[in-house]
Design a protein around this ligand. Structure first.
Ligand code: AMP
Ligand code: MG
Length: 417
């Protein structure tokens, strides 16, 4: 038996177990992805512009390119009339020019002709084609976008660590980057253990249970930002489990199993992985989710062995796996935001244990939050889990919550991936 004795007397706190996990999760080498595949990820390089933005002086309006000085005396009653010597559309790739006392009709985004220094918007003219009447003086540089005023050639555009949302992806495209180096999504392999389990789509016979966890945990991992591979069911058999894990290691940055980590005679995950000596099975002072396994297999691939009861496995995921996935993504903020809410009912909670109750969080018209508890503490209660939208976190010191007192709530908001 390894010296980190499984099931020692002492329970680890949630924070101690989490610290071990975050220590045991490194980072994944950056990869190059096309812009849209990089959405939601963090940039892993400093990006600068190869050419200026805008690339050339161009018009900010539909109007007429002129020399400001030629419009000095223009008024609506006494317009200045200039001869229009050409048209410049957006997309014109030849350089044009004009002499003093002349104008060129120009469209938004079209390159400025040499010899003009400003644009009079079409609204301030008679819109003429051969000649144009200008109704007011133009300031030098008016309605003109200068080359490089957004970004100079060689200037930094985005730094390593920038999160790539729509704005950043737009800029990267504008400066001509088709691919960028990013922190990749961790590849998370999810499998369920239990000889009672059957695949969804199969009507369970007496004694059989549909595998819900591999779906729930795959969805949770995807929501946390991972690419997920749902392997599905593995029977409670030593060799099958080890062979399956061995096969899956090839494509895994993280492995998650559910089931088989308690004290039962067929708790094969705990038995088989304890023998490897690189995965520790511990008891954590939390409810639900007391039995937990964490360690590494193969070439240092982190493995989470979560308890099989569906509520326990989801709570364990929230407490331990989600922060680890976010660390692998390079995120600075590993944890879900919490809010304070007024408890609408009284509940009891065991001392020394961090309890995660399912709840329904309401936003009050006054702006604050209130929360009602959903379902009992039983960790098999999937239907009430599905009706909840938050976890109420009752810390180790809390033994009872009075109706009307304040509790800490972790809303289970869907990510925007
Ligand atoms: P275990 O942790 O393997 O002892 O399982 C605890 C309880 O959770 C048992 O009632 C299992 O049938 C149930 N369970 C385990 N794995 C799953 C799963 N993948 N989907 C649904 N229920 C499960
Ligand atoms: Mg089991």
């Amino acid at each position: 038996m390894p010296d980190s004795a499984p099931d020692g007397d002492r329970l680890l706190s949630v924070d101690e177990h989490l610290a071990t996990i975050l220590d045991g999760v490194g980072s994944i080498d950056p990869i190059e992805l096309t812009l849209l595949d990089a959405q939601g990820l963090l940039l892993a390089e400093d990006v600068s512009a190869d050419f200026p933005l805008p690339g050339f002086d161009n018009s900010a309006m539909d109007g007429y390119a002129v020399r400001a000085i030629d419009t000095r005396d223009a008024t609506r009653d006494h317009p200045v009339r200039l001869q229009v010597v050409g048209d410049i559309a957006a997309g014109a790739t030849s350089r044009s020019g004009m002499g003093p006392g002349l104008a060129m009709r120009i469209m938004t985004g079209a390159p400025m002709p040499a010899g003009a220094d400003s644009v009079i918007p079409v609204e301030d003219t008679d819109g003429g084609v051969a000649r144009v009447a200008i109704h007011r003086p133009v300031r030098t540089g008016e309605c003109l976008r200068r080359a490089g005023e957004d970004l100079q050639a060689g200037a930094p555009a985005l730094g390593a660590g920038a999160a790539l949302g729509p704005q950043q992806i737009g800029l990267l495209a504008a400066i001509g980057r088709e691919r960028v180096l990013v922190r990749p999504r961790p590849r998370v392999v999810v499998l369920s253990t239990g000889s009672e389990l059957v695949e969804v789509g199969h009507r369970p016979s007496f004694g059989e249970v549909i595998d819900a966890n591999s779906y729930m945990l795959s969805a949770a991992a995807k929501d946390a930002g991972a690419d997920t591979y749902r392997v599905g069911i593995v029977a409670d058999d030593h060799t099958t489990l080890l062979d399956t894990l061995e096969n899956q290691l090839l494509r895994a940055d993280v492995l998650i199993t559910s089931g088989g980590v308690s004290m039962g005679a067929y708790d094969v995950v705990k038995q088989a992985l304890t023998e490897l000596g690189t995965v520790q099975f511990t008891r954590v002072a939390m409810q639900p989710g007391k039995p937990q396994g964490f360690g590494h297999i193969g070439d240092k691939v982190p493995i989470f062995c979560l308890p099989g009861n569906p509520v326990s496995s989801l709570v364990s995921f929230e407490a331990f796996v989600r922060p680890a996935i976010r660390k692998l993504l390079g995120k600075r903020n590993l944890f879900r935001a919490t809010v304070e809410a007024v408890a609408l009912e009284a509940v009891e909670s065991p001392r020394g244990v961090r309890q995660y109750r399912r709840g329904v969080l309401h936003r009050e018209s006054t702006g604050g939050y209130s929360v009602s508890f959903m379902g009992g503490p039983g960790s098999h209660l999937l239907a009430s889990l599905a009706l909840s939208n938050c976890l109420v976190v009752l810390d180790e010191d809390t033994t009872s919550v009075a109706a009307g007192s304040t509790v800490t709530v972790m809303p289970l908001l869907l990510s925007n991936r």
